[in-house]
Ligand binder design. Structure first.
Ligand SMILES: [Fe+2]
Length: 389
């Protein structure tokens, strides 16, 4: 079996390299804007990264405001708050500086400036009618790939349901990637966000919507992440490892934007929505078990993943090679300190029925998964993630 040829298009201009944040002002000028809204992770303030971004913007002659009220696993009202500030200053450009939370908030704010209503009105697929203002994304984690995707994910503060605004109008105009911005990430965040990126790549390869384009991108991402994540976790200042991780995350993002993700993401959503488990950590704890579950339904894809992870698969049958992929990802998780029991991070096993019902509502990833995911299948995977029987 081969993958579909399919279509592929990239909307985002990608600028990759050291010193990128100092080029932010010039890049902003090139969008034609002169009033900006900067949406930034507040943790970046003490590192001087927010000031560096503002300096570059003001030196290029732009004026604007900074929105720092970005929570991890953001709520919908955060996007509304950012949009209100953007509307009040008539921002023509929104910059997202941070991890997925800051970038998703920025992407949503950009379309809420030009569309009426609140973020909640646009949860779903294709509900945004008018293009937003210009956007530049500057990731400071190597994980979400949000700098090139058309999705912004939020949790409803009341219902705790997690959902995405999905619209072609959310594709950022520019992704400005500077590996130096990721050097200060602590090991646990590097590990969790890096595993999010690997999960994007693995789930893009095995997705029912995969094409030759997404497969090539995703396998390159698997290789980069497989070869560099341990080094990025344990030698955080290794710029080469950081650069390769950021590139891997970008390629994974490009792949998932077209191929979509699978069961790990569907099952991770309730953990973020109900218990505030960071998205990357939730994926990291699920992906080895999802891979074990998917193995018989995606042997060819898993063989390719094993090869890209550097496993000794030459001369092996497809089935044996595929099994190496599960081992490789399981060992990687163990090596970088990903916990192996969801109860250890505060997820109550007694809530499993609620989690299952919630996960199965995440339609697109469930449908993209290579093996049918129903109630009993979701239960089996969650049980493994609670450390098995
Ligand atoms: Fe993700």
């Amino acid at each position: 079996m081969t993958v579909d040829l399919g279509n592929f298009h990239i909307r985002t201009r990608v600028i990759f390299g050291l010193g990128g944040v100092s080029a932010l002002g010039q890049t902003a000028v090139e969008t034609g804007a002169y009033r900006y809204l900067l949406v930034a992770d507040p943790a970046l303030q003490s590192l001087g990264i927010v000031d560096a971004a503002k300096k570059s913007l003001s030196e290029a002659g732009l004026q604007g405001e900074t929105f720092l009220d970005v929570e991890p696993e953001p709520f919908l009202d955060g996007a509304d708050g950012a949009a209100a500030l953007g509307r009040s200053i008539e921002a023509q450009l929104v910059i997202g500086l941070g991890g997925g939370s800051a970038m998703d908030t920025a992407k949503a704010a950009a379309v809420l400036i030009t569309n009426e209503g609140s973020a909640e009105d646009y949860i779903g697929l294709g509900k945004v009618e008018t293009p937003g203002v210009a956007t530049i994304m500057v990731p400071t984690t190597a994980g979400t790939g949000a700098e090139v995707t058309f999705t912004a994910v939020f949790t409803n503060r009341q219902t705790r349901a997690k959902g995405g605004i999905n619209s072609p109008h959310l594709f950022p105009d520019v992704a400005l990637l500077d590996p130096e911005l990721t050097v200060s990430l602590p090991p646990d965040v590097t590990a969790a966000t890096g595993m999010d990126a690997l999960t994007h790549a693995v789930e893009s390869v095995t997705s029912r919507s995969a094409t030759v384009f997404t497969e090539a991108l995703a396998l390159a991402a698997v290789r980069l992440i497989g070869q560099n994540l341990r080094r990025a976790v344990y030698h955080g200042t290794d710029l080469q490892a950081r650069e390769n991780m950021l590139l891997g995350s970008l390629l994974g993002g490009l792949a998932l934007a077209d191929a979509g993700v699978g069961a790990a993401h569907a099952l991770a959503y309730p953990l973020g929505g109900l218990y505030r488990i960071p998205h990357g950590l939730a994926n990291a704890m699920l992906i080895p078990h999802v891979m074990e579950f998917n193995l018989p339904a995606a042997e060819r894809s898993f063989g390719l993943i094993a090869q890209s992870m550097g496993e000794p698969v030459e001369g092996l049958s497809t089935r044996l090679a595929a099994a190496y992929a599960v081992d490789a990802v399981t060992s990687l998780c163990r090596d970088i300190g990903i916990p192996s029991d969801l109860s250890a991070i505060g997820v109550p096993r007694a809530d499993m029925d609620t989690m299952i019902q919630s996960a199965l509502k995440v339609t697109r990833p469930v449908e993209n998964n290579p093996r049918h995911l129903g109630e009993s299948e979701a239960r089996w995977i969650y049980e493994q993630a609670f450390g098995g029987e």
